[in-house]
Write a protein that binds this ligand. Structure first.
Ligand code: ADP
Ligand code: MG
Length: 729
């Protein structure tokens, strides 16, 4: 029974200069089951070309290569893949085992590509390996085997899908004479079991053992003769391959019936509509069980990654560095923002709305409000509050001298120049001492002068003996207190000092004795020389000095006792061009803007480092593809589809991303922990806030860039030409 026919087959190779080279010239021959055919001929005569055509690795030929009823040339890609997977088994001179897979995984790879279950694969492979005398070698890697053993593994791999045809291109070319005989014996057994075995050989000696010898010379068939002396290995027929594979075991019958099912679906021609539907249904079912599963792809990828674990680990560390910086940056951003807004919150009060003039050159010299402006603001605010159905109304001191809720504040930078020329300073006369130097009065400049906001209470004080300043009193920041040269800041409380204020609008400097009532907590400005004084007290000093022209307020405080009303007032203020919120709010906003700029810069840096990571992964995967060109060729010759190759490589890039992500997260946790510790020791708080979703984001980014980087290499891998890949060294 003819299972393979070649009719007038020509193969032309196109050369670079548009010439063509005819490698096969009018080949006619047919083959039957059970033949052991040797193809001989000089190097370059066209033997491998012929094998590649028969094996479906090359469909670019003239003439007909008929398998069953169909010409190979007319096979669709999918049919061709299936043909290689199910009908053909390749054996190569250089074995072409996949180095990172164990013997058993190498043998089962064809079944893995068909999506056969683990247990089934295993049993079938063990049965074959036992028969080939390799039962005790299944866990070994190819490098741990001898040449003969390798070739037997390759033969097992070729047989695993129970193909009709075994194509062996110089299978004994790399073996010594004893091993050659063993391998030939095995091939003979396979032929005896009813398969067609076609092998290419140089050696006339080897050819003599076969049942038929075909000689090719310069692409032409010059000899095709039966070997009359051929004796089948009949004595071994109790153990021949096909019987066992097809009939004896349940597993085999399962696989066989699956394969047959596919054949029927493929070969049924000109289906009517209903049949097409059924065919589709069957196809879908087959797709599920008939192809490389994601799990198997994962397993293959893990094996390969493990084989080059140092490289992969280093790459993961490289990628994880950009992830670490990304997460840490986000954590710093969140930590700092959180810290600043906490500070701001602790600094203002939910029941006091603060209004300043916008555009006053920020903190340096705030603009002051005139009485008319204050009246206007109060009027407009009340209209707004009414429109928003709030019961709260602003009452100015002019309207009700005892029951007002709009109070004044003043703030100004007073620390220009050096110590003695500051606009505000305190002069402290130390207690009597022998030391002349120490006995001199101390002048301490005040960098920033505030009046006490209405919401200031004990919480804003630093020492137990402090109290909020009233008439004839001031409060100092801890830095200002330390500047007086007294060791303990507690001891500063209660001291009398001269307060000297020399603003341009004053006729003469105000010089007045005041008592220090307390040390005030200015938290984030604790390093600054800050003074607080009561507004009414300061106002009365101004009036005395300045022909009863008082202190013009730079800040308005509206005490609401109702957070909703506070919020409404703040909302209103934010819509007014000429108004803005409190100084703290301004500072927070300024800080936020700084942080935003900083974040943009850091994001750009992170983006660049991620791009570098992406290119790094791309390069490594690209190199990996060229390193594994041969493996890809082998997989294709076994029947791997483009999709399967793509899946294997994409899975690998996914794993790289996952590995890098996990490495990055672990390192970030370690580094973040250390940083938190160091910050706590150095400055008492850690501006690092790690949110769980930063890690999720980093992992997602890592996987995304890896998969993205893997797209090109895996596409390239899937498009490799199998013949060229197999020739690759
Ligand atoms: P062999 O009998 O040694 O296996 P091949 O079938 O490999 O010979 O090659 C047959 C002829 O075809 C050789 O002359 C070879 O140079 C040529 N050939 C093989 N592959 C190609 C190719 N891809 N492009 C051009 N010429 C090729
Ligand atoms: Mg060759």
């Amino acid at each position: 029974m003819k299972i393979l026919q070649l009719k007038n087959v020509y193969k032309d190779y196109k050369l670079e200069n548009k010439e063509k080279f005819t490698a096969l010239n009018d080949i006619n021959m047919s083959f039957e089951k059970g033949e052991l055919v040797s193809i001989i001929g000089e190097s370059g005569s066209g033997k491998s070309t012929l094998m590649n055509l028969i094996g479906g690795l090359d469909s670019d030929y003239r003439g007909e290569i008929i398998i069953g009823e169909q010409d190979l040339k007319n096979f669709k890609q999918k049919e061709l893949d299936d043909y290689r997977k199910k009908k053909i088994g390749f054996v190569f001179q250089s074995f072409n085992l996949i180095p990172h897979l164990s013997v058993i995984d190498n043998v089962t790879i064809g079944l893995t590509l068909s999506g056969v279950k683990e247990g089934v694969k295993h049993e079938k492979a063990i049965a074959l390996l036992n028969k080939l005398g390799l039962g005790d070698q299944i866990k070994k890697k190819p490098t741990q085997l001898s040449g003969g053993q390798k070739q037997r593994v390759a033969i097992a791999r070729a047989l695993i899908n129970d193909p009709d045809i075994i194509l062996a291109d110089e299978p004994t070319g790399a073996l010594d004479s004893t091993t050659t005989l063993q391998i030939l014996d095995i091939l003979k057994d396979i032929a005896d079991s009813g398969k067609l075995v076609i092998m290419v050989t140089h050696s006339e000696k080897v050819a003599k053992i076969s049942s038929r010898i075909i000689e090719i010379s310069d692409g032409k068939l010059v000899r095709d003769e039966k070997n009359k002396d051929y004796i089948p290995n009949l004595q071994k027929n109790d153990e021949i391959y096909e019987t066992d594979l097809n009939k004896n075991s349940d597993i085999n019958s399962v696989i066989k019936s699956e394969l047959n099912k596919e054949e029927t679906t493929q070969n049924s021609q000109a289906p009517n509509f209903d049949e097409a539907k059924i065919k589709n249904k069957r196809k879908n079912k087959k797709n599920k069980e008939g192809h490389l599963s994601i799990l198997s792809a994962l397993k293959l990828s893990i094996h390969n990654m493990w084989a080059s674990k140092v490289k992969n680990f280093l790459m993961a560390i490289g990628v994880s560095i950009s992830l670490i910086s990304l997460i840490l940056m986000l954590s710093f951003g969140a930590g700092l923002t959180g810290y600043i807004s906490d500070q701001a919150l602790s600094y203002s009060s939910p029941n006091v709305a603060t209004i300043t003039k916008r555009g006053s050159t920020s903190i340096v010299a705030p603009k002051s409000f005139t009485d008319e402006e204050i009246a206007d603001i109060s009027l407009n605010l009340n209209e707004y509050l009414e429109s928003k159905n709030s019961d709260f109304r602003v009452v100015t001191k002019n309207e009700d001298e005892y029951d007002y809720n709009l109070s004044y504040g003043f703030s100004m930078m007073t620390g220009f120049g050096n110590g003695s020329s500051a606009l505000a300073k305190i002069i402290y006369q130390p207690e009597e001492t022998e030391d002349e130097e120490e006995a001199k009065p101390k002048e301490c400049p005040i960098f920033y002068s505030y009046t006490t906001p209405p919401y200031y209470n004990e919480k804003h004080l630093l020492t137990e003996n402090s109290s909020i300043c009233g008439d004839g009193q001031i409060m100092l920041s801890s830095a200002a207190a330390k500047a007086m040269g007294i060791e303990k800041i507690e001891d500063v409380v209660g001291k009398k000092v001269i307060l000297s204020i020399n603003l341009p609008e004053l006729k003469a400097p105000i010089e007045t004795e005041v008592e220090i009532s307390g040390i005030v907590d200015v938290s984030m400005f604790s390093g600054m020389l800050v003074m607080y004084v009561d507004y009414d007290y300061l106002n009365s000093r101004f009036k005395e000095n300045n022909d009863s022209k008082g202190l013009s307020p730079t800040t308005l405080y509206i005490t609401t006792n109702n957070t909703k009303a506070t919020k409404l007032i703040n909302d209103y203020v934010s819509t007014q061009k000429e108004l803005s919120g409190s100084l703290e709010e301004k500072l927070v906003r300024m800080f936020d803007e700084m942080l935003d700029t900083f974040s943009i810069a850091l994001t750009i840096i992170a983006g660049i480092s991620l791009a570098v990571a992406l290119i790094m992964i791309l390069v490594v995967l690209y190199i990996s593809v060229s390193e594994r060109t041969k493996e890809i060729g082998v997989l294709k010759s076994i029947g791997a589809r483009k999709k399967d190759i793509k899946l294997i490589f994409s899975t690998e890039s996914f794993l790289v991303g996952l590995l890098a992500g996990i490495t990055g997260i672990i390192f970030t946790l370690i580094i973040g922990g250390i940083l938190t510790l160091v910050f706590n020791i150095l400055i008492g708080f850690a501006p690092i806030k790690m949110m769980w979703y930063f890690f999720v984001e980093a992992l997602a980014i890592s996987i995304f860039i890896s998969v993205l980087a893997g797209l090109y290499p895996s596409a390239k891998a899937s498009k490799l030409d199998p013949i060229e890949s197999l020739r690759h060294e």
